[in-house]
Ligand binder design. Structure first.
Ligand code: NAD
Length: 360
């Protein structure tokens, strides 16, 4: 299969970690007879330096023309970098927000996996972490409270602020469809998270999710209130497969889920639109403190590339191969600095990429 991938290496550790992910994709292409063409484009701080703006129309057009986008990370040290002296709409992060909007990316997929080899980094009790977990939080990204009407005004002499939480049935349906599609490629369980005992938007959410579920008889659906979900995530995370929820609940729960894995360098993510198109990037930032030192952990980016294979290209076997290679390397005690522990072997970013590639 031939695929055109727009590549945004970005800033800080971005170029180092994306180079390793491309190494893995090249190995997959060679082994399975695919052809991956890369179109490298600038976004973020490097685009500001080159073009005076974080995202150009040319970059947008080339990302739109691609089958998927692979990204490292953007941004610099927010106190010392000159990028942060610019007006907010010209800073690196503005480029990413605009790109997500231009590409219509409404579904944010954040897997949270506790690898048994790294269970020591999990802050939960051993009896819970020993069971491991492998879940994916699907967060709605373009609606709800963060995008609703808002105002701050004086009402009867009292300052009053209002934010609006609104969802229409179409917005709910498309994210629910995405969640069930993803569940079909996993363990076929969807937990829909809401606050239906209080909120109208949640009651509509629940109704539409139930309608969508009828098209997926193989998938088990359960509803869970958001407060209970926050508790269950630390009490019994192994119960979750795909958790789907609205924007703000997803913002909070996905960070909670990341935290209980204990290792930011391992966390992949994807943002998708209504088609199979997606932007794949690690959850972490550009880590300016270790940039250019060949110390970063490339695994989150490599696992993001595996998500691209699975969800944008339907290459499930290839995605499994990448995930198994990562597991094999962890089994052998190979570690970058961020996940290092006593008795393990410390390797650089590029060595980690080489060793994972050698397992494919
Ligand atoms: P960060 O995630 O870049 O770094 C936090 C800590 O985690 C640092 O100690 C860093 O060294 C470490 N870390 C992160 N990724 C790692 C990896 N792959 N391997 C090893 N260690 C890793 O967060 P920050 O320092 O708050 O932000 C730095 C910059 O990144 C800021 O400009 C921020 O806006 C930007 N940022 C970008 C994205 C994105 O591109 N989507 C996301 C988050 C933050």
């Amino acid at each position: 299969m031939k695929k055109n991938i727009a590549v945004i290496k970005g800033d800080g550790i971005g170029p180092e970690i994306v180079t390793e992910a491309m190494k893995i994709l090249d190995k997959i292409a060679e082994k399975y007879g695919h052809e991956f063409e890369y179109d490298q484009v600038l976004m973020g701080g490097c685009s500001i330096d080159e073009y005076g703006e974080p995202l150009t129309d040319d970059t947008i057009a080339r990302c739109k023309a691609a089958d998927a986008v692979l990204m490292g990370s953007i941004g610099g040290n927010t106190t010392t970098s000159p990028w942060y002296k610019l007006p907010p709409n010209l800073r690196p992060e503005a480029g990413l927000l605009k790109l997500r909007k231009e590409l219509g990316l409404f579904a944010n997929l954040r897997p949270a996996v506790l690898y048994s080899q790294l269970s020591g980094a999990c802050p939960l009790k051993e009896e819970i972490s020993a069971k491991g977990f492998d879940m994916l939080i699907m967060r709605e990204l373009t609606g709800g409270l963060y995008f609703g009407e808002r105002k701050t005004e004086e009402v009867d002499g009292v300052m009053t602020a209002v934010d609006t939480l609104s969802y229409n049935e179409n917005e709910i349906r498309r994210i629910a469809v995405k969640a069930f599609d993803v569940a079909m490629k996993r363990r076929k369980k969807v937990t829909s998270v809401d606050k239906a005992n209080v909120l109208d938007s949640s009651r509509l959410w629940r109704k539409v999710v139930e309608e969508v579920a009828k098209d997926y008889p193989e998938v088990t659906l359960e509803h869970m209130l958001v407060d209970n979900s926050a508790m269950q995530l630390v009490k019994e995370p192994a119960q979750f497969d795909v958790m789907v929820t609205e924007n703000m609940f997803g913002d909070i729960l996905s960070d909670e889920a990341s935290m209980i894995t204990g290792s930011i360098g391992m966390l992949a993510s994807a943002s998708m639109n209504e088609t199979k198109f997606g932007l794949y990037e690690p959850s972490g930032g550009s880590a300016p403190d270790i940039a250019g030192q060949n110390k970063a952990n490339p695994i989150a980016t490599i696992l993001s590339a595996a998500m691209m294979l699975r969800y944008s290209f339907d290459m499930n076997e290839e995605a499994d191969a990448v995930e198994n290679a990562v597991n094999a390397v962890l089994d052998e005690g190979i570690r970058t600095g961020d996940i290092m522990s006593e008795g393990m072997k410390l390797v650089s970013c590029s060595e980690m990429g080489d060793i994972i590639a050698s397992k494919l």
